[in-house]
Structures are given as C-alpha cells and as structure tokens.
Design a protein around this ligand. Structure first.
Ligand SMILES: [Zn+2]
Length: 350
C-alpha cells in the first residue's frame, strides 16, 4: 500500500522518523555509592539510597522514605543501552538525579559526594562503548570547591556539569554561582541547569505538583536571575548554558516579563537590556511533550538553541526519546537535524 502520493516527501519524512538523536538530559543513580550516612556519621542526611529489587526494578529512598520507583536503566549500562537502541538515541548524556546534589550538607561533605558520584557516572559510561557521556555535579554551596571538582571531573572525562537552579535563597546571580559559571566558561565546560528544591511547600503535595507546577517556575526563576540579576551581563558570551524542560515557564511567559521590564523599573534589576535581548545566550532542551509548545520554543529560542532532552529513564520523561522532534510538523529538515544532533554535538563538544 502506498502511504502517500508524494513519494520523495514520504521517504524524507520516514527518514526523519528513524533519525538518530543525541539526548542531552537523562539521569542515573548508582547502586554502589559509598554509605554517606556512615562516612559522615549523619544518618539523618537525608542521603539518597537505592533498593535494587533484583528483578529489574527498584526504589530510590530519601532517608528511610520511598522517593521514586525506578528500573534498571537508571543504574545498569547494559539495560540503558538496550533502551536507547530501541529509541534511536546515538548518544545519551547522563547526570545526577537532583536529590543527589547535597547542597544542604556541609560543603566538604558535598564535595566528597560530588566526587564519588562523578566517578560512578564515568564508570557507567565506561561500560557503554562510548554511547553514554556524563555531566559532573559540584558542591554548588561553595564556589571554590565547585571550581576544583569541575576541573577534576572534566579531566576525568565528563563533558560538562549539571547544577541546580539555586542553593537555598541564592539564585543564579549569586556571586559564588556566577564565579563558578565563569570558571565553566574558562574550562570550556557546558552547563545544564536543572530545577530542584521546588517552591510551594505543602501546596505541592497533590498531583505531583512539585514537578508539574513548581519545576517550570524554578527554571524560569533561574533564567530570570541570569538576566535581571546581571549574570549574563557579567559572564563571557562563550559560556554554553542550557536550561532543562524547555526553559520551564520562561519561553511562554517571555512577553509578560518583557512588558513588565519596560513598564516597571523595579522589574529590571541590574540588567542592561530587556529579557528578549538575552535569548541567544542560552539553550533549552525539548522536554515539553507537545508539538504546539515545541513550535513556540523553536520560534522563541531559534532552532540553533534547542536540543533533544528526554528526562529518561523516569516516568515523567519522554517515553520514545526524540520522537517529539522527529514528528514535529512544519520543521525544515536542516532545523530538525540541528535539534536532533547538531546543536548537542557542538554544545557538548562530542
Ligand atoms: Zn531531569
């Protein structure tokens, strides 16, 4: 049966359906992490552990509380390769699950935690025949220790670093965080900013609202701090920085922020330019799960500032990694190829 009358177009379309991609946003969690509670003599932590049920499933534990049901692709390179093969993912970049950050711990402990997890991430990559690459984590509560671990991890083989979008009340325009980002630029380390430690308190207890409401707001906070807090004005333009989940609420609400910036001086902070001026200073991933949202994202950010990001292997991630981009209507072949692979290869130098 002929699937359509325009055979050449159909062929091109079917090629897009199976095009490989680079997935820049996925997570890992090791089963063989050190016992941090015992090492630091602090059982309350709460440190994250993983109960491996031995049947390909497990439960991440935050202290003694169940945090999230998971499966072996989270910790087993072979299981992960099987998943990414099924999704035509050529290369997948793995990074910490944000509950592993330890930003609330004493900085020395967080530095130890970061170093241990970074080595375990690289060990998982070493079992993947080059298909998996790792982003480091750093003790972001301490800029000096963060710079030191970033340099060590990059030399050990990480392709960049993932950071949370804030450390308690310190947003991304914080002096220490800006200093760390300047170090990333100097080292040529790409940065992925992931929302975490969500605002909203008890109101987030229903409907996974921490993920569905507060995470996009946290990401918007991060981008706003970079703009209005003057971080982009201070940092070199060759800093490669990407915000997860399609930039959260930011792209959709840019018009609202732009209007506020022009009409109320208290919105402007110390930014030199209105928010739209800074759109070429950062990238976003494609984890928006809706073709209309992806259209807006590409129109707002430009096709050269969007990369496939799945949030795999978690349940709120893209189930068929890259298919939102592969199936996006009204997208030029050259732009689809950029978003699937080209932008990520350049951004992470892989
Ligand atoms: Zn994620």
């Amino acid at each position: 049966m002929t699937c359509c009358r325009a055979a050449p177009t159909c062929l091109r379309y079917s090629n897009a359906m199976t095009s490989p991609c680079i997935d820049i946003h996925s997570h890992f969690f090791p089963t063989n992490a050190p016992n941090f509670a015992a090492r630091f003599g602090d059982p309350s932590g709460p440190w994250v552990t993983l109960n491996d049920h031995g049947d390909g499933t497990g439960m991440m534990m935050l202290g003694d509380k169940p945090f999230r049901p998971v499966h072996s692709a989270l910790w087993d390179a072979k299981a992960r390769i099987k998943e990414i093969d099924a999704n035509n993912v050529a290369t997948q970049i793995i990074c910490a699950t944000p509950v592993m950050f330890a930003y609330d711990a004493p900085a020395g402990q967080a530095a130890y935690v970061a170093s241990a997890y970074n080595d375990l991430a690289l060990a998982m990559c070493a079992d993947s025949s080059g298909r998996l690459k790792a982003l480091a984590q750093v003790p972001l509560q301490d800029a000096d220790l963060s710079c030191k671990e970033l340099t060590r991890a990059m030399r050990a083989g990480c392709v960049g670093v993932q950071i949370g979008n804030h450390v308690g009340p310190r947003e991304m325009d914080d002096e220490g965080i800006v200093r760390f980002l300047a170090h990333c630029a100097a080292e040529g380390a790409a940065v992925l900013v992931h929302p975490w430690d969500m605002l909203g308190g008890d109101r987030l207890k229903r409907w996974m609202s921490a993920w569905t409401v507060a995470m996009p707001a946290e990401t918007q906070f991060g981008i706003m701090a970079m703009i209005l807090g003057g971080a982009f004005d201070q940092l070199p333009t060759d800093l490669r920085i990407c915000f997860a989940h399609g930039g959260g609420s930011f792209p959709y609400l840019l018009g609202r922020l732009e209007n506020a910036w022009h009409r109320r001086d208290i919105v402007r902070g110390i930014s030199k330019h209105p928010p739209s001026h800074y759109l070429n200073r950062f990238s976003v991933d494609s984890a928006v799960f809706d073709h209309r949202a992806l259209r807006l994202l590409i129109d707002t950010m430009g096709a050269d500032h969007v990369m496939v990001g799945s949030d795999a292997p978690f349940p709120l991630g893209e189930e068929h990694v890259g298919d939102l981009v592969r199936n996006q209507p009204d997208l030029a072949d050259v732009d689809r190829a950029r978003i699937l692979t080209g932008n990520a290869a350049k951004f992470f130098n892989i």
